[in-house]
Design a protein around this ligand. Structure first.
Ligand SMILES: [Zn+2]
Ligand SMILES: [Zn+2]
Length: 322
C-alpha cells in the first residue's frame, strides 16, 4: 500500500520494462547536500514505499552517487545518478537537473563545479582588493571566519564592516558598499543557464529544468518562464513537483508536448529538512507514475512497458533546441 495516491498498483520492474503504473521519484536529496538521509539508505526507503526508480539530485555535488547506487542495487530500485545545479534566468533562480551521470560524466561535473568555486573565490578576492583601495581594513581571512565554512557571500562582508566599525548597521553596509553601483561591489559570477546546460551535455547527461515555478512572479506567469527556458537547449522540464500547482503542471505538460521536450517528475525529498514532502509524491500528495515520465526513463535506459524505447522511436538521441 502506497503512502500517497498512486494511480495504480506497482510491481517490480520486469523483463518487459517498468510497469507503466509503477511509482517513481526523479528528484531526491541526501546528506551529500542538504537532505537528512544518507545516500545509501534512500533505495531502501523508496522500496518500502513501492517506488521503482529513484534519481538522486544533490545540490552541486556528485559525492553521494556511488553510495546511492549501491543502496538502490541492494533494494532492487532503479538508480538514476543525477545532480542539481544552480543558475538564474531573467532575475529568477533556476535549478537544472543533470540526469543520468555515468562515471565519466561525474568527472565533468566535478570539473565544472571546481571552476565555479574558483570564480566565487576570485570575486571575493576582487572585493577585498576594492575595499583596500578605499583604505578599509577588510581581509579574506576575517570574511571566511564569519562565513564559518559556508560559501562566502555579501552578508559576511557586511558583518565584517559592522564589526570593524565602518558602518552602524547591516543595512548601511549593503547600501554604501555592497550593492550594484557601490565602488566595492563586484557582481556574482554565477554560471549562466547556457553554461550549465552545456556542461550537462558535455557530461553526457540530460538537462532538465527543475520546478519551473521558480520562474514565476513579478507579473510573470509559468508560461512566460517556460518560454524563456524554451530559448535554451534544455532536454526537458520537471512538470510534476510539490511546488507545481496542478494548473502549472498542465501548462508545463502542454509546453513540453509542443516543444518536443521530455517530462520529469520528483518530490524534491530532503528527509526531515523539508517537512511535508514525501518520497514519490508531487503536489497534493499525487504519486508520480512511470507512464508520466516514460520517454525520459526510456532515454535514461529504463524503458516503460507499452512505451516505445528511444531505439525503436526513430534513432538519433533527441536534443531539442529552441
Ligand atoms: Zn531545486
Ligand atoms: Zn532539489
Amino acid at each position: 500500500m502506497s503512502h500517497c495516491a498512486s494511480l495504480g498498483k506497482q510491481s517490480p520492474p520486469g523483463g518487459h520494462g517498468l510497469p507503466e503504473a509503477a511509482l517513481v521519484d526523479l528528484h531526491v536529496h541526501s546528506t551529500a547536500s542538504d537532505g537528512t538521509d544518507a545516500p545509501e539508505v534512500l533505495g531502501g526507503l523508496a522500496a518500502a514505499q513501492g517506488i521503482a526508480a529513484l534519481a538522486l539530485c544533490d545540490h552541486d555535488t556528485v559525492d553521494g552517487l556511488e553510495r546511492f547506487e549501491a543502496g538502490c542495487r541492494d533494494a532492487g530500485v532503479i538508480a538514476i545518478p543525477s545532480v542539481e545545479l544552480s543558475t538564474s534566468l531573467g532575475g529568477h533562480q533556476l535549478h537544472v537537473l543533470a540526469m543520468g551521470l555515468t562515471g565519466e560524466g561525474r568527472g565533468h561535473v566535478r570539473e565544472f563545479l571546481e571552476g565555479m568555486r574558483r570564480r566565487r573565490h576570485e570575486r571575493n578576492v576582487e572585493m577585498v582588493e576594492r575595499f583596500r583601495q578605499q583604505g578599509m581594513n577588510v581581509d579574506l581571512e576575517a570574511v571566511s571566519r564569519l562565513a564559518g565554512g559556508q560559501v562566502i557571500a555579501r552578508p559576511h562582508f557586511a558583518r565584517l564592516l559592522l564589526e570593524r566599525g565602518y558602518v552602524k548597521d547591516l543595512q548601511e553596509a549593503f547600501a554604501r558598499w555592497l550593492t550594484p553601483g557601490c565602488p566595492t561591489y563586484v557582481p556574482k559570477r554565477k554560471a549562466t543557464p547556457e553554461e550549465v546546460v552545456t556542461a550537462i551535455h558535455e557530461a553526457g547527461a540530460l538537462a532538465i529544468a527543475a520546478h519551473p515555478n521558480s520562474l514565476t512572479g513579478e507579473g510573470h506567469d509559468i508560461l512566460h518562464g517556460l518560454e524563456e527556458l524554451g530559448k535554451l537547449p534544455f532536454d526537458g522540464v520537471e512538470a510534476f513537483h510539490p511546488n507545481m500547482k496542478p494548473e502549472w503542471t498542465r501548462v508545463a505538460l502542454g509546453f513540453a508536448r509542443r516543444r518536443n521536450l521530455l517530462v520529469s517528475g520528483g518530490s524534491d525529498y530532503h528527509g526531515t529538512f523539508k517537512e511535508g514532502i514525501r518520497l514519490g509524491c508531487a503536489a497534493g500528495g499525487k504519486g508520480i507514475v512511470a507512464r508520466e515520465v516514460a520517454e525520459l526513463l526510456g532515454r535514461l535506459g529504463h524503458p516503460v512497458a507499452g512505451y516505445p524505447s528511444p531505439d525503436h522511436a526513430g534513432g538519433a538521441p533527441r536534443i531539442c533546441r529552441g
